[in-house]
Design a protein around this ligand. Structure first.
Ligand code: GCV
Length: 727
């Protein structure tokens, strides 16, 4: 029998154990698993939090509409996390409040700002520290509720990154109208080129069950100003246009609506045949036109703010207007007309290459589209990939940018890293996006950048946009790796303003996602900014392209030859032999350079002027060609491959130095992924060097280590279950 003393001790012991269990489980609840993305809202340094607390005080924030509610909730969540206590929220703006959220309609105190806010447009906002009734106040004001929500996210970003609020004056409005994610998600939840688990959309339980994750997805997008999402794969299944699936899409649209996000659908051009029982999908057939009009009416009855259609037609086996001898414009206008009465848009993809055209694949989109300039109806926008081939680690700008002045063009970027090491390689895409946005088309003289083509300022278009192929999935951290969150983030920030700097965006992301400690930020940003060039070096240096393994594109495959299409092989693109390497796209070769404005064509077409980063994209060059370094092309090529591997090693060293500066769970996973990346970079380098050496027959430059395995070994590797392959 226990003595009373022992019993008392036992109780104490139990209490201790219980407290420990509670603390551990709380710790687990707050474990850094990446789910919170850049919206972690962890406590700020005490002095900083005190300073902000004294400036923010009570909050006036209306709560009449779902978007107003979302803005209040986000602010409350953010301030509670960052400053340690939830703010006092008042639905009516009144005396004594230090932070006022609203529009001139929702808050009488903001009425004097009506004109100013009008000038910021429907999605713009103003953050201003000012005097009101003799007191300092901070305004988060906009013409519409959605602007206020965007403003709240901006304010939270300032707090997360430690920006002083004194004298704050921020005026923002988006430079592009359509800022969209494109999900390549199939109805069975398989994600084409997805490396982060299954599709977020659980079609089986929709529309009744609305996973709270849908709301968090909307919050994340709204925090960046992304205002639309195409739910399904461009390789579309017509079923997504049937009533049961439209009801499911409508449920998602309801969840997203308060966050300013419209739903769009990828559309299968032959749907009138597959769903409507028609004999044709010919765009000039009146029955086909009626079918699409009826379908549009049905969709808008369920989703009143439906955004519109995204279409992949006559590309990679998809049906399209050319099946009936009609043009892309005929096809796009058919759908545009069906949506016009409802205010919807058609995003018609220019990613086309025909099966029967024995033409340099990079020339085909220009060939099919440039002659259609001006033929599209006003609610059609042509969606052009950043480069003329297919989301390679480096491509020149797409020649259609600047070549269709009478047609709105939007740009498509890939966030998901199909050709850049999937989710395991740390490759920050900000510099890739920035590079293409800043590329000068010279279409209307110097300064005709791609950013100015897509923001409409170059040719005076009001319908403008950008789309990113989403990298999200059911993985707890959303994107398959912690660092791939940065690519979603950078895409969103550049979609809002394509003139921003990738480095500045990386700084914000690193501070919000990992730690605001300047030393940590500096180290992480250093890794991020060097990472894209590292991947180019260890995969496809000096303008090489499409050298990945066949189909799934996992790992090196510069030897890939044969098969159904010559332009799905690597040998078609590198053209290496005993004498040299590279694809001649000058006037002596495919003459793809002629698709650019003369100022660009002259540079790309001239061996003396072409940037070395694109040398082998545009020129076939002998192995002895002298490079800027003074080395031969062969020596330089091998050197670049090895440099890429060393750069990954440098990233590993930087990351090791961050142990303790970054939470352990995420530190461990990133470290493990960097090990994978290092091994795979080495594999890329060794396999590529072994292969090209088998052609060039040249010795390795001094100091270069020979590949540890014979070429046949690298060629024998098979990966039947590599993720994301098209099917
Ligand atoms: C959705 C590339 C990808 C395909 C993708 C296609 C496209 O070819 O490998 O998976 O299909 O681009 O953009 O349509």
């Amino acid at each position: 029998m226990l003595t009373p003393l022992l019993r008392a001790g036992g109780r104490r012991l139990w209490l201790c154990v219980a407290a420990l269990v509670l603390l551990t489980s709380m710790g687990r609840l707050h474990a850094e698993d990446g789910y919170a993305l850049w919206m972690r809202y962890v406590p700020l340094d005490a002095a900083l939090a005190d300073a902000y607390r004294s400036q923010l005080g009570a909050v006036g924030a209306p709560d009449q509409t779902p978007t107003q509610h979302a803005a209040r909730e986000e602010l409350s969540r953010g301030l509670a996390g960052l400053l340690g206590s939830a703010p006092q929220l008042h639905a009516d703006a009144g005396v004594g409040q230090a932070l006022i959220l609203g529009t001139p309609q929702s808050s009488a105190q903001l009425a004097p700002y009506r004109k100013d806010l009008e000038s910021l447009g429907a999605e713009g906002y103003l953050l201003r520290q000012t005097q009101l009734g003799g007191r300092e106040v901070l305004l988060v004001a906009a013409r519409e509720d959605i602007g206020v929500l965007y403003g709240v996210f901006h304010l939270l970003r300032l707090l997360q990154t430690g920006v002083p609020l004194q004298g704050l004056e921020v005026r923002e409005s988006p430079k592009l109208k359509l800022r969209l994610l494109n999900h390549w998600d199939n109805l069975d939840r398989y994600v084409e080129r997805g490396y982060a688990g299954s599709s977020l959309w659980d079609w089986q339980t929709l529309p009744d069950w609305r996973d709270p994750r849908y709301t968090d997805y909307a919050r994340a997008n709204a925090s960046l100003g992304i205002n639309g999402t195409v739910l399904n794969n461009v390789n579309a299944n017509a079923l997504s246009l049937t009533r049961p699936y439209l009801l499911k899409a409508a449920a998602l649209a309801e969840v997203f609506r308060p966050y300013g996000i419209r739903v769009y659908l990828s559309t299968r051009f032959s749907a009138p045949i597959e769903l409507g029982g028609l004999k044709t999908a010919d765009p000039l057939d009146p029955a086909v036109q009626r079918w699409w009009r009826d379908k549009a009416n049905e969709i808008y009855a369920l989703i009143p703010d439906f955004g519109g259609f995204l279409v992949k037609a006559n590309s990679e086996g998809q049906p399209g207007p050319q099946d009936y001898g009609r043009s892309h414009a005929d096809g796009a206008n058919l759908l545009g007309d069906a949506l016009a009465a409802h205010g919807g848009v058609v995003m018609w993809r220019a990613f086309v290459y025909a099966h029967d055209v024995p033409e340099d694949r990079t020339k085909q989109a220009y060939g099919e589209f440039s002659g259609l300039d001006g033929a599209f109806h006003p609610n059609v926008i042509v969606q052009v990939k950043n480069g003329p081939l297919d989301f390679q680690p480096r491509e020149p700008l797409h020649p259609l940018f600047g070549a269709m002045p009478h047609t709105p063009l939007m740009m498509e970027l890939q966030i998901s890293k199909e050709y850049l090491g999937f989710a395991t390689h740390l490759v920050y895409l900000g510099p890739l996006y920035e590079e293409v946005l800043r590329s000068d088309t010279h279409a209307r003289g110097a300064g005709s950048t791609v950013a100015r083509v897509i923001d409409g300022s170059l040719d005076g278009h009001a319908l403008t946009g950008i789309a990113g192929v989403a990298n999200t999935g059911t993985d707890r951290n959303w994107t398959g790796s912690h660092f791939d969150q940065a690519n979603w983030y950078a895409f969103g920030r550049l979609a809002w303003n394509p003139h921003q700097s990738a480095r500045d965006i990386a700084k914000d992301w690193a501070a919000m996602t990992f730690s605001p400690d300047p030393a940590v930020v500096q180290s992480i940003v250093g890794m991020m900014m060097a990472s894209r060039e590292a991947a180019v070096d260890y995969m496809t240096p000096l303008g090489l392209h499409h050298l990945m393994a066949r189909g799934h594109h996992y790992g090196p495959g510069p030897w890939v030859a044969g098969g159904p299409r010559v332009d799905w092989t690597s040998v078609y693109y590198h053209r290496a032999d005993r004498d040299g390497i590279g694809f001649d796209r000058t006037a002596h070769g495919s003459n793809a350079v002629a698709q650019y404005a003369p100022a660009v064509a002259n540079v790309y077409g001239d061996l003396e002027q072409v940037p070395e980063s694109l040398l082998l994209w545009f020129h076939h060059v002998p192995w002895d060609h002298r490079m800027h370094s003074g080395r031969s092309l062969w020596d330089e090529l091998v050197g670049r491959y090895s440099r890429g591997v060393r750069q990954v090693q440098a990233m590993q060293d930087s990351w090791d130095g961050l142990k303790g500066g970054v939470d352990a769970p995420r530190h461990q996973q990133v470290a493990a992924f960097l090990r994978i990346q290092h091994n795979e970079a080495q594999w890329w380098r060794d396999a590529s060097v072994a292969y090209f050496q088998s052609l060039s027959g040249r010795p390795l430059p001094a100091g270069e280590v020979p590949p540890p395995q014979p070429l046949a070994y690298y060629q024998s590797l098979q990966f039947p279950f590599a993720p994301g392959d098209g099917r």
